[in-house]
Design a protein around this ligand. Structure first.
Ligand SMILES: NC(=O)C1=CN([C@@H]2O[C@H](COP(=O)(O)OP(=O)(O)OC[C@H]3O[C@@H](n4cnc5c(N)ncnc54)[C@H](OP(=O)(O)O)[C@@H]3O)[C@@H](O)[C@H]2O)C=CC1
Ligand SMILES: O=C(O)C1=N[C@H](C(=O)O)C[C@H](O)C1
Length: 253
């Protein structure tokens, strides 16, 4: 029998690397009840039948939109860690949410506090340096590159520099092998390393006349993402609409 005093949480992608950790974290949380744990092929109707209030979505970019379409249509709030967010996808999600105005969705490019702070520090520092590049390093089983975190970090850096009226970055490169200068995200080079032994790491390298600053974050275990997921589940139920970035639930702006 369900304990109605607890937040009823489902995990979609429950057998994956982060999904399986999220299942354990929800089960261990005193104020939550895990009411469903869905893997590939499991019917989404289970979310409704189980009375889930929040779905934690940790699957793949090819699955996430269908899952969110279902959740929003059924008034189930969602906490999303899955990557692959484009402007088109966000616009589609906003349209769905407009038709279900009491439902909340949090998309967090990264749930770890250190990664959120890395993005914030990079945003603050970026206008003070001529050059900024992002290097993300991940386990070799990761499907997407660059990471959602690195993409978001580069977008925030670019926006901060544009707002400050920063000049374009100096770069005299005339010839380069494909990929040698990384991916160009809003004018910020982003480099992706895939290496056995790593989990999720990021460096923001900033350079000015005679000095450099490096902001580095390391997630050493999937447990680093769990406090953010639990916080997201607690807050999303009273935050209708789309929230992009865990920083908004940490009052970091
Ligand atoms: N925001 C954050 O802080 C973090 C985000 N991530 C992101 O989370 C996502 C998952 O990462 P990770 O756990 O490493 O990947 P995995 O491949 O280990 O896990 C994904 C899981 O989702 C399952 N799945 C796929 N489609 C569906 C579906 N329609 N319904 C139910 N389950 C489904 C997969 O099943 P099958 O194996 O059968 O394909 C797999 O078990 C990635 O986008 C990753 O970048 C990861 C860590 C932190
Ligand atoms: O796939 C991963 O592992 C991770 N994915 C997210 C991303 O792409 O930013 C978050 C974290 O880097 C781990």
């Amino acid at each position: 029998m369900k304990d109605m005093s607890k937040l009823r949480v489902a995990v979609i992608g429950a057998k994956g690397r982060i999904g399986s950790e999220a299942v354990r974290a929800v089960e261990a949380a005193d104020d939550m009840e895990l009411v469903a744990a869905l893997g590939r092929g499991d019917g989404l109707e289970t979310l409704v039948e189980s009375g889930a209030q929040v779905a934690v979505e940790l699957t793949t970019p090819s699955s996430v939109m269908d899952n969110l379409d279902f959740c929003v249509r059924h008034g189930i709030h969602a906490v999303v860690g899955t990557t692959g967010w484009t402007d088109d996808r966000l616009a589609q999600l906003r349209t769905w949410l407009a038709a279900s105005p009491e439902t909340g969705v949090l998309i967090a490019p990264n749930f770890s506090i250190g990664a959120v702070l890395t993005m914030k520090f990079a945003q603050i520092a970026a206008p003070y340096f001529e050059s900024v590049e992002v290097v993300e390093l991940h386990h070799p089983n990761k499907a997407d590159a660059p990471s959602g975190t690195a993409t978001r970090t580069a977008q925030l850096i670019a926006a901060a520099r544009e707002q400050a009226g920063s000049a374009p970055q100096p770069d005299a490169t005339e010839t380069a092998l494909d990929g040698a200068r990384g991916a160009n995200v809003d004018g910020v080079p982003v480099h992706a390393v895939r290496l056995r032994g790593l989990l999720a790491h990021q460096e923001v390298l900033l350079g000015g006349e005679g000095e450099t600053l490096t902001v580095r974050h390391d997630s050493l275990h999937h447990s680093s993402f769990m406090p953010g997921i639990l916080l997201g589940a607690r807050r999303v139920v009273s935050t209708p609409g789309l929230t992009f970035g865990l920083e908004h639930f940490l009052d970091l702006g």
